[in-house]
Design a protein around this ligand. Structure first.
Ligand code: MN
Length: 351
């Protein structure tokens, strides 16, 4: 955290496991458990269902002032100077709206109550906490973009602008104070390149230089923390899925051709490690274009033996993951899940 001398407090809800809390503690964070706050205007299980939990910041009244930071940022230079600024201090997204990724906040139960009182009536322009907070805090203090610099190339960015941004993403010693990783995050990609390259709608977020900057920080972390950055089997399959789509579309950046050397590809920490099986049916049909696509045909009738004794646990585990871990549930993920289930039956049931 770039030499901050202040308390590092992290708000976690009940969805964060003891294992991961342990990792956060080992990294120097004080764990503060909160009750989630549901956004009443969000769809069930949508990405923004619980993001009003951020309002809990105003209940941290042990502190006079907080610099709130999103979880998808690198703090490259000390930002303690922001403690001199009042609520709300933030960077501008445009002429009138602030970005809620970095904010100076002054905890107050009264303000918290104000936020909660209008939760059913105020409409957020983007469906998230940012839109809501911009309705409440219409008078705010603008700081330079370097305090929350978005890893993003806008469509209208000229070549020089792109070069300038790339220079900022990679500068050593750093020029930016905070780098905000929009799009796919480096820790859910392979080390070899920014996986935003493999998805056309995410390519505006792709920057190998910014990606490398994150990995430099990762490698400088104590070794015992690296295990918290391993990839789940499901994620490996999803990455390979995207790579194959990019190959099929023959994207000219050619990142999909890179042979992955990241050791995390071969490291597994889950019960289910055979992620390749999740892709067995890849290319047989196109899930996105064919709404009538069906699950692969079920295996022959199973001689029910020991396999079923842990099947319930397995089902519960994966179903739970699917609902709780995923920010968006789509056909592909459900399909992968069904394939995993069949794989489990093939491996563990004797028929
Ligand atoms: Mn963010």
């Amino acid at each position: 955290m770039a030499g901050s001398t202040r308390d590092l407090v992290i708000l976690v809800d009940e969805t964060i496991s003891d294992y991961h809390r342990g990792g956060l503690e080992a990294a120097g964070w004080k764990i503060h458990t909160i009750q989630r706050i549901r956004n009443p205007k969000a769809e069930k299980d949508a990405y923004n269902e619980w993001n009003y939990s951020k309002f809990r910041l105003w209940q941290l009244t042990d502190y006079d002032k907080i610099i709130f930071i999103d979880a998808d940022m690198l703090i490259l230079r000390n930002i303690d100077l922001l403690f001199e600024m009042p609520e709300i201090t933030a960077i501008g997204n445009n002429a009138t709206l602030f970005n809620s990724g970095v904010m100076v906040v002054e905890p107050s139960n009264c303000t918290f109550q104000l936020l909660m009182d209008h939760i059913n009536e105020i409409e957020s322009y983007n469906g998230g906490d940012q839109g809501y907070l911009n309705e409440i805090f219409t008078w705010w203090h603008r700081i330079p973009k370097h305090m929350n610099f978005l890893k993003h190339f806008w469509e209208g960015d000229e070549k020089e602008k792109k070069q300038m941004k790339t220079h900022l993403f990679g500068a050593d010693p750093p020029i930016l104070y905070v780098l905000h990783y929009l799009g796919n995050k480096p820790w859910i990609c392979f080390r070899d390149y920014d996986c935003n390259w493999n998805v056309d709608i995410l390519q505006e977020f792709a920057s190998d230089v910014a990606h490398k900057t994150w990995w430099k920080v990762h490698d400088a972390m104590p070794e015992n923390l690296h295990k918290y950055c391993l990839l789940r089997s499901k994620q490996k399959a999803a990455l390979e899925w995207d790579r194959r789509q990019a190959e099929k579309a023959n994207y000219t950046d050619g990142h999909w051709k890179i042979k992955i050397k990241d050791k995390r590809l071969k490291t597994c920490f889950e019960d289910f490690c055979f992620w390749e099986s999740m892709l067995w049916h890849w290319g047989e049909k196109n899930w996105t274009d064919n709404a009538t696509s069906v699950a692969p045909s079920p295996p022959p009738p199973v001689a029910i033996t020991a396999c079923l004794s842990n099947l319930c646990d397995w089902l519960f585990f994966h179903n739970y993951n699917l609902l709780v871990d995923d920010t968006e549930l789509n056909e592909l993920k459900i399909e992968l899940w069904i394939q995993q289930l069949y794989q489990h039956i093939r491996v563990n049931c004797c028929y």
